[in-house]
Ligand binder design. Sequence first.
Ligand code: HEM
Length: 356
Amino acid sequence: MPAAVPEPAAAQPILTPLSTAALILVVTIEPGGEAAVRDVLPDLGAFARSIDFRFPGIGLACVTGFGSDAWDRLFAGPRPAGLHPFQELHGARHHAPTTPGDLLLHIRGERMDVCYEWAARLLGRLGGAVKVVDETQGFRYLDHRDLLGFVDGTENPVGADARAAALVGSADPDFAGGSYVIVQKYLHDLAGWNALSTEEQERVIGRSKADDVEMSDAVKPANSHVALNTLTAPDGSEREILRANMPFGSFEQGQFGTYFIGYAADPDVTEQMLRNMFLGSPPGTYDRILDFSTAVTGTLFYAPCADFFDAPPPSPVPSGTESLPQPASAPVAQAPVPTGAGDGSLHIGSLQESAQ
Ligand code: HEM
C-alpha cells in the first residue's frame, strides 16, 4: 500500500462518493492557447465555490487533470514522476487505444445542470484556446448498475484505504496529494451481452447479478473481470485504485457504454489491471468483459492537489512571448465558444470574470 499523504496537500475532490450525474470532458489545447489555460487555473476554485454556495447539497465536485504533453507546454520545472502518455495495448483479441487529451475535466454532482454550469464558465473563459475532443454525460443507473446490469463500484476502497489508493504520497513529495487518472470510454455490445444467460454473464464479471455477491475463488473463472482486476502486492496487500465509472447512452447514436475513470497513487496499478484485461494473466487469459465492451478512447492525466491551482509553476515560455488565439480576459458573455457545445450559461450572479 502506498505511504500516507502528508497533511498539507489538500486533494481535489477525488475521494467524493459516486454521484448521480457526471460530465466528463477531454480537451486539447490549441497551439498558442497555453497562456489562456494558465490564466484561468487560479479561478477554477472560485467557479466551483460560487455555484456550490448557491446550491447546497448538490455536491459539485470538479477535478482537473493535465496530460503528459500538456504539462510540458504549460509548466516549467519538475514534473510528476508517473506522468506519461497512455500506453496503448494490443492483445490477441482486443485493443486499448491511446487518444488525445491535454486537460481532463471530471465534473460530478447530484444535478447535471450544475455540472454543466461549471463547464460553461470554464469553456466560456477559454474560448478558442481549447477544443473539446470527447464529451460524456454520465448518469447513475438504478442501484449503481452499469448498462450490463451489474452493480459497479462495490469493492472500491473507502476512507483511509481510498486515500492511500488514489493519492500520491511521500514517494513523490512535490506532487503529494495529486492523483493519476486513466480514463477510457467503452461501448457495449448489448445485443451480444443480452444473448448470454444470467449465469454466463455472472461468470464474465465474477459476481452475482441480482444481489452483487462475489463468487468464491473456487468457482470464479480466471478470465472474469473481478479475477483479473484483483492485484496482490509482493507483501500480500491488495494493489487498489479508486473507480468513478459512469454509464452513458444515446438511443439516437445507438451507443451505450461505461466511462471508466480510475484514480491511482501510482499509475502502474491501473496499467497492470489493463495489461491483465487486454493481454491476459497469464498471457492469453484476457478479460471476457472485453468481448462485449470496446475501448474507444484512452488517456492518462495527472490531477494535482488543490493548492497547485492557486500558484501554478512558472510557464516554460518566457513571459510576453506567448501568442494567444484570442484575449484570455474577454468577458464570458462575448467570448465565442468553439466547442460545438454552445455556452448556454445564464451567468446569473456570475463572478466578475471580465475583471480577471
Ligand atoms: C470491479 C464493471 C472496466 C477495474 C468491477 C465490477 C463491475 C465492473 C460490475 C464488480 C463490482 C465492483 O467491485 O465494482 C466494469 C465495466 C467496465 C470496467 C462495465 C468497462 C467496460 C474496468 C477497468 C478497470 C477496472 C478498465 C481497471 C483498469 C476494476 C476493479 C474492480 C472492478 C479493480 C474490483 C475488483 C475487486 O477487487 O473485486 N468492474 N469495469 N474495471 N473493476 Fe471494473
